[in-house]
Ligand binder design. Structure first.
Ligand code: ADP
Length: 163
């Protein structure tokens, strides 16, 4: 059985991520979507919230499992017996950063972890979680960028922050 992992911050998941998830899930027997806990970043959504959002957003895709991990991706993959990580590419700027990470993971895992890149759907090439957060923080319309229930959660987060 071929399992791949799609790691990321997903703060929050966008239609760009969901497009990558759908396409990767069609290529592998199982896809683990893993919220990587990065202590250097202060996320808008708690890890548990991001996991729940991803679970709800992917509930129609039977071979997708959502979890979270605090640690190195290579350690997660070793524990789970996974040899392929999926990452998305939007632009050349993503490529430079992603190539460095992919090579680091390959090196650190002694060749055990390969990265497969999926290019973004052109509709989502400009889309990032940080853009979504910024638009929502000013009350802007993000309905074309994230699922409805995520849009509602974004507005309620920012309303709470204001109070
Ligand atoms: P990270 O903080 O690890 O970059 P993100 O949640 O921002 O986590 O992104 C996870 C992965 O999804 C990265 O490989 C990123 O390039 C990719 N990604 C993000 N947005 C899009 C998009 N709109 N289209 C395709 N890939 C995307």
């Amino acid at each position: 059985m071929k399992t791949a992992v799609y790691p990321g911050s997903f703060d929050p998941v966008t239609f760009g991520h969901l497009d990558i998830i759908r396409r990767a899930a069609a290529m592998f027997d199982r896809l683990n979507v893993t919220v990587m806990i990065n202590t250097a970043k202060t996320p808008l959504f708690l890890t548990e919230e991001r996991v729940k959002i991803l679970q709800d957003a992917t509930s129609q895709i039977p071979n997708v499992t959502v979890d979270s991990y605090h640690g190195l991706l290579i350690d997660y993959c070793r524990d789970k017996g996974i040899h392929i990580a999926i990452r998305g590419l939007r632009a050349i700027t993503d490529f430079e950063y992603e190539l460095q990470i992919a090579q680091t993971n390959k090196e650190l895992s002694h060749g055990d972890l390969d990265t497969v890149f999926l290019t973004t759907d052109l509709r989502y090439s400009y889309l990032s979680s940080s853009t979504v957060r910024e638009i929502a923080s000013f009350g802007g319309d993000v309905s074309a960028l994230v699922p409805d229930f995520v849009e509602k959660m974004l507005y309620s987060k920012y309303r709470k922050e204001e109070n």
